[in-house]
Ligand binder design. Structure first.
Ligand code: GLY
Length: 580
């Protein structure tokens, strides 16, 4: 059965059972700032799962484009894809477990209307129960009534069988279906331990998930029931197709084998993993561009840029010519153009522009790499995605300190959030110098406000450009001109005192004990980086959780000047300051 037929059968099956068929929503969520891309079929439906009425009724089904880029390093194995299509059916407070499970079973096993899979090769899991919800006896009874033997039903904890799209929103216990890939366990009893082991070995493959969404999560905690009982199901088209075509991976199915072949025939030095990464990434980039994403240094655009750069690097490794990968992009668009809206020429054009930009820095970056590996420098000056540095380092047996990189990069991104395209154009050193000075001045400003004005002042926001720093902080009245004058004088006295700026890594608890200033709303890892400045009596002037970079001595900053103090929002003031 081809992937197109599977997609069609699924939608027909649910249409026949009263479901309105939704076209796939754009990869870019319309009204959900919490995610950059749709990562599941249910994402565009969140408001309706929360109780809003859907114009097409209470039974819906779709084949939704999804992107997940949380584990790009795993791409190239059998299972991870940064783009995939998810089949799903939904009940918005309409049917519940009985129908959902029966239809899942029927679609999987029916030869006429579904996939015709052998029931003896299925196994299912369900929720074992915890403080939020009881053991899912109802689902167990339904599966058994359909003929799934008790020894093929496994109860697992929330970690495996509680599904939610994130820390907030609808969620609930789920029941997952697995398929015995090689038929090794036909009719056999399997222990739970052995089943879990086989899932890890990918002999049992998860093919579908029925979520019984009747609960709500807030800040990661289940807070109670929703106003309605929903069903949310998700089945990866890539996985189902692999199962139906008896392949270990979707790269070998009709979805991607043609593209893989093209990559192979265009390669000078073929490598399977690189070919898979190119295939996966070009498909993802194609769909992102088709949905209006443009490579940039921010948010979605940055994800796209990383993906294109990773692909471009592999294209270089395999020695694919521009003509060859342009053909690959054409092959991808042709595969999907009858289902989705894709403009072939636009995609090749954007891809080529981005590759040309990157190729220039790629060569320089590779030379830099040979001299010694500094992931932060490679990322900021040569635009090397960290995964690329990691992979190159791995190939050479060099260890990379990822935590250190993440800390530095986070601070760097805070510094250059103001859209500085320079980040990838090289020439960063100059930009950096000014912003690094302002960054250290920013720490001193906060410390001075606490000393002169009120010790309860804390930072609420920050933005630094080459020209100036801007700090938002909690305070409920205007800071008087006299106070501002004192603050400015104090900062300059610290600068003139030539105080060393010291970075230390320590466990988060230790930094908390030290009373280091935290960024508002930030979550910190177990090991944190703290910058401290001490005066000549060894008393702390400033201590902040911060990834840097900073000057090494306050004397490097120059003369500090406050330009403006104003209200930012209720209870929050804003100061702009420069270095002269
Ligand atoms: N929404 C169910 C799933 O993605 O598995």
């Amino acid at each position: 059965m081809t992937s197109s037929e599977i997609r069609k059968r699924f939608l027909d099956f649910f249409a026949k059972r009263g479901h309105a068929i939704l076209p796939s929503a754009s990869l870019v969520p319309e009204n959900d700032p919490s995610v950059l891309f749709n990562t599941a079929g249910m994402q565009p439906l969140v408001p309706y799962l929360m109780g809003q009425k859907h114009p097409l009724g209470a039974r819906l089904a779709s084949c939704q484009k999804c992107v997940r880029t949380g584990d790009l390093e795993d791409i190239g194995d059998n299972r991870h894809f940064s783009f995939f299509e998810m089949l799903g059916n939904w009940s918005l407070g309409d049917y519940f477990k009985q129908e959902a499970i029966s239809w899942s079973y029927e679609f999987l096993t029916s030869k006429e209307e579904g996939l015709g899979l052998d029931p003896a090769r299925l196994a299912v899991t369900l929720f074992e129960g915890d403080e939020n919800a009881p053991f899912d006896q109802e689902s167990k009874d339904i599966w058994m009534s359909l003929g799934i033997p008790e020894h093929r039903i496994f109860a697992l904890p929330a970690e495996d069988n509680w599904w939610s799209p994130g820390d907030n929103g609808p969620c609930g216990p789920c029941s997952e279906m697995f398929y015995d890939m090689n038929g090794d366990f036909l009719g056999q009893e399997i222990s739970k331990e052995s089943f879990v082991e086989q899932v890890k070995k990918e002999t049992f493959i998860e093919i579908w998930n029925d979520v019984f969404m009747e609960y709500e999560k807030k800040d990661g905690k289940v807070i109670g029931k929703l106003s309605q009982k929903n069903v949310d199901t998700g089945a990866g088209l890539e996985r189902i197709t692999a199962v139906m075509q008896g392949k270990n991976t979707a790269y070998d199915t009709d979805i991607l084998s043609g593209v893989m072949e093209m990559v192979k025939s265009g390669s000078v030095n073929y490598g399977e993993r690189s070919a898979r990464i190119i295939t996966d990434h070009l498909r993802t980039a194609t769909f992102m561009i088709a949905d209006g994403v443009f490579p940039s240094n921010k948010d979605r655009g940055y994800v796209l840029r990383r993906i294109i750069r990773r692909a471009a690097f592999r294209v270089g490794q395999l020695g694919l010519s521009q003509e060859s990968y342009t053909q690959v992009i054409s092959a991808i668009t042709e595969k999907y153009e009858s289902i989705y809206n894709i403009e072939k020429n636009k995609i090749s054009e954007i891809f080529n522009q981005e590759v040309t930009k990157f190729t220039k820095t790629l060569d320089a970056g590779l030379k830099e790499f040979e001299k010694g590996v500094d992931p932060f420098l490679l990322a900021t000056t040569y635009g090397f995605p960290i995964e690329l540095t990691e992979e190159l380092a791995k190939e050479k047996g060099i260890a990379i300190d990822r935590a250190d990189f993440d800390v530095k990069m986070k601070a760097h991104q805070d510094l250059s959030r103001s859209g500085s395209e320079q980040k990838f154009k090289g020439g960063l050193a100059n930009t950096n110098e000014a912003t690094v000075k302002l960054h250290t001045a920013h720490h001193l400003l906060l410390a001075a406000l606490q000393e002169v004005v009120d010790k309860n002042i804390h930072q609420r926001g920050s933005n630094i450009t080459e020209e100036r720093l801007r700090m938002d902080f909690s305070f409920d009245r205007k800071v008087t001109p006299e106070e501002l004058q004192k603050v400015e004088t104090l900062v300059n006295s610290w600068i003139e005192a030539k105080l060393p700026v010291v970075r230390r890594e320590m466990p988060r608890e230790e930094a908390e004990k030290l009373g280091a200033e935290m960024e508002f709303g930030a979550k910190y890892p177990d090991i944190v980086s703290v910058y401290t400045i001490q005066n000549t009596n060894d008393e702390y002037v400033s201590k902040e959780f911060c990834g840097g970079p900073h000057v090494t001595n306050t004397s490097e900053i120059g003369k500090f000047k406050i330009q403006k103090e104003e209200a930012s929002s209720a209870g929050v003031r804003r100061i702009k300051a420069v270095i002269e």
